[in-house]
Ligand binder design. Structure first.
Ligand code: CUA
Length: 354
């Protein structure tokens, strides 16, 4: 009796586990956007870009086929367990022993081969379709370079360099504006993943990988590095900001301007150029040409700092410069040991970089 209630308890526990797992899947699939248009839960089952859409359709087909197989196999298993369970008196005689059946063996060999063949064909068609897509007029080209732990983003055709936030135009049926990305790495392997826009593609040292996205809806999409790349891998966050085509042109114009020279921030400018900030950061139109850290020409146009580790606010910018290691342990930006006064001045200068 006791054993039975124990078993009963386990079954209940297993059932409640499956129920909560299903609830989780359901809830994540239907979570509504918060913070304006940013979804905090990035969801592969709610794609808003062409490659992601195609991947979802293939996954659903594969899941459906597997679900049918599961139901058939589990059904037969349950049937056999119930139908042929042990009954009193079974010890007396052995059940009929059946050996070999050509029909059954042929069926369970041929059928799986056919199913696997269908899965291979469907999957390779999606892969080929996504990989062979060619740029069209109106495509945007960008190069994304993975660094420990931030993303360098270059638009070679437009003369723009930025970081951690990839800006692209929305792409519709009528006005197709896909963005083609060249993915490179400056150090170790990283992986570019924005779940709602496309599958993952690795950024590998000494190699160039290609991918493309064609987001349909303007908004901000969250992503992250999807390949363990060191201590701050978890804070190597990524944003893709999708604009309407007009808004995108506007953004391009603003980014193409050299850095603003604001006379009221000249003290901070002096502090910046007197310190080794310039050996790692570039500010277009000035003598700062460092390439080890993010380009700061239009720092204030970005939503976040430190690759998404903090929002780009006055306080977090100050805290970041005072001691980057407090916000992102292990990051390559050193503590410059600045006085409070210098900190205020340099923050004022950086805040002038609109
Ligand atoms: Cu970069 Cu993980």
């Amino acid at each position: 009796m006791r054993r039975r209630s124990h078993r009963h308890h386990n079954t209940l526990r297993a059932m409640s586990f499956f129920a909560s797992a299903l609830t989780c899947i359901f809830v994540t699939a239907h979570v509504e956007p918060v913070f304006g248009k940013i979804d905090t839960v990035t969801n592969i089952f709610r794609p808003l870009s062409q490659p992601a859409q195609e991947i979802k359709e293939t996954s659903f087909l594969v899941l459906a086929i597997c679900a049918v197989i599961f139901v058939v196999v589990a059904g037969l298993l349950v049937y056999a367990i119930v139908r042929f369970r042990h009954r009193p008196g079974d010890e007396v005689s052995e059940p009929a022993q059946v050996y070999g059946s050509n029909q059954i063996e042929t069926a369970w060999t041929v059928l799986p081969i056919l199913i696997v063949f269908v899965l291979i064909l469907v999957t390779s068609r999606t892969i080929a379709d996504i990989q062979n897509r060619k740029p069209v007029t109106g495509s945007v080209n960008a190069t994304v370079v993975g660094h420990q732990w931030w993303w360098e983003i270059r638009y070679p055709g437009l003369g723009i360099v930025t970081s951690n936030e990839l800006h692209v135009p929305a792409s519709t049926e009528i006005n197709r504006r896909p963005t083609f990305l060249k993915l490179q790495s400056a150090d170790v392997a990283h992986s570019f993943w924005v779940p709602q826009l496309a599958g993952k593609t690795d950024l590998i040292p000494n190699r160039e990988n290609l991918m493309w996205i064609a987001p349909t809806d303007p908004g901000t999409y969250l992503g992250n590095c999807a390949e363990y790349c060191g201590t701050q891998h978890a804070r190597m966050l990524l944003r893709v900001i999708v604009h309407s085509p007009q808004e995108f042109e506007q953004w391009v114009k603003e980014q193409q301007r050299p850095a603003v020279e604001d006379a009221s921030a000249s003290e901070g400018r002096k502090v910046f150029f007197a310190n080794s900030c310039v050996s790692c950061h570039a500010i277009r139109g000035t003598s700062a040409k460092g390439v080890f850290g993010p380009d700061l020409t239009h720092l204030m146009s970005r939503q976040t700092l430190a690759s998404g580790a903090a929002l780009n606010s006055h306080d977090s910018l100050r805290a970041w410069i005072r001691d980057p290691q407090q916000i992102k342990v292990g990051c390559l930006m050193p503590n410059m040991q600045m006085s409070d006064k210098e900190l205020d001045q340099i923050v004022a200068y950086l805040e002038s970089l609109k």
